[in-house]
Design a binder for this molecule. Structure first.
Ligand code: XMP
Length: 404
């Protein structure tokens, strides 16, 4: 029998926990003793008197339970006797071996999105099978300013593998011409991406057997492998920019058991640059979900400039790491302004900045007024065609993070 107070060791009393169920245990067997309770929940945490059984009726895993991580640590170390000596470097070594064993002498392709997941997956596989890996980066014409260059330079400096950049922006933009409906935009982008990727993969050669993907543990949950339901439905549209399952390749998914923060740690252990490891997520359909209405080269160029100014100011104010996603949105309305002696009638740009751990719910960031003021003043002064900047103060739910 482990220490009697194992689960609650060093947990302050009282403490706050998060419980969201309608049901609760009304009667406790006399084999159990109570470790914690609340006025409305007499058996909040319990342990078996003689056996190693422990129970809680609240959520220790959510951020609303501030001591949750300590409780989980106590469970592992006090109750289960784990030592906590696991290190990311061991995971890396083991996965590299596993990928080598899986791939053998065959070839692997990997689609790079510019995001941290595919980059870390590719870096790990490159470590395992070097030049047997070919990465494909599709420029869909919907990327942020300098994004393609950043991916290319990070790749060339840090990866021991081949990179193919496919410029398909013409095709994507002509598919999107005149399309305003968000679902139709997503559909066209999704189809085109699959077509372009398939062709690029075929050009790598007929001997490619494996497709590497940066699938994470939450992706597997959200795609319905467990806990299906509303969450899975909300996330369905996120497959845009991804690949269908029936491409005929065997999958290599070295990050399949990791959470996002662990992927970032793995990236650091592999020595990837912080600009890549700490990047905010960027959606597969890119700026198409941030331009409301028609997507044209001119509107893309305008949004890129606004977005670039915003990120420059966020970085200068040291706010990038403390925010989860920050971006500009181009709205389909115009508004009157004054510039010098004349009147203007130009576009409105929205700023979105959110904090979240899982991207299923999010809060808007309370950005300092002076940062917002600088962003706004720079955008209207430096970007021709914008007369007004607004800040989005909506949480998710009910709003989504992207505007579409
Ligand atoms: P929403 O807008 O649904 O977005 O609150 C939640 C998160 O998902 C990202 N997102 C996407 N990522 N393909 C992606 O790879 C997509 O089609 C897509 N749509 C939204 C969004 O940026 C946010 O991080």
């Amino acid at each position: 029998m482990k220490q009697a107070d194992g689960l609650m060791k060093n947990i302050a009393s009282p403490t706050t926990v998060w419980m969201s169920h309608g049901d609760q245990v009304a009667d406790l067997s006399k084999d159990f003793e109570i470790l914690a309770s609340t006025p409305s929940c007499p058996y909040a945490a319990v342990k078996h008197r003689s056996r190693d059984f422990w129970g809680v009726q609240f959520h220790p895993e959510v951020t609303h339970t501030p001591c949750g991580e300590d409780i989980l640590r106590n469970f592992l170390q006090q109750a289960c006797g784990c030592t906590g000596t696991w290190a990311m470097a061991d995971f890396l070594e083991r996965e590299v071996e596993r990928v080598r064993a899986q791939v053998g002498t065959d070839r692997v392709i990997c689609g790079l999105s510019g995001g941290v997941d595919s980059a870390v997956a590719a870096a790990l596989i490159a470590r395992a099978v070097h030049k047997q890996l070919t990465c494909i980066f599709v420029d869909n014409g919907l990327l942020r300013k300098n994004e393609r260059e950043l991916v290319e330079s990070a790749f060339r400096n840090h990866f021991d593998a081949e990179l193919r950049v496919v410029d398909a922006s013409e095709a994507f933009l002509s598919d999107l011409k005149g399309i305003e409906d968000p679902q139709e935009k997503r559909k066209r982008i999704g189809h085109r991406f699959i077509e372009v990727f398939k062709q690029a993969a075929a050009e790598v050669g007929p001997g490619v057997k494996f497709l590497a993907q940066g699938t994470l543990y939450p992706d597997r949950i959200e795609s319905g492998q467990s806990h299906a339901g509303t969450a899975a439905n909300i996330k369905l549209h996120h497959n845009v920019g991804g690949l269908p399952e029936d491409l005929g390749f065997e999958l290599v998914e070295p990050l399949r058991d990791l959470f996002k923060d662990e992927v970032r740690r793995l990236g650091e252990v592999m020595g990837l640059p912080p600009t890549l490891v700490w990047r905010h997520p960027f959606p597969g359909p890119g700026l198409a979900v941030r331009i409301i209405g028609d997507i044209t080269r001119e509107r893309l160029a305008l949004l890129r400039e606004c977005d670039h100014i915003l990120l420059e100011e966020i970085q200068a104010a040291n706010l990038y790491r403390g925010t989860s996603q920050v971006f500009a949105v181009l709205l389909p309305i115009r508004s009157v302004g004054v510039m010098g002696d004349g009147r203007t009638y130009d576009s409105v740009v929205g700023i979105r900045a959110v904090e979240t751990t899982d991207f299923m719910t999010a809060d808007f960031c309370r950005l300092p007024w002076d940062v917002l003021a600088r962003v706004s003043s720079r955008i209207v002064n430096e970007v021709r065609g914008v007369s007004r900047v607004v800040y989005d103060v909506t949480t998710k739910p009910p709003a989504t993070i992207e505007w579409e």
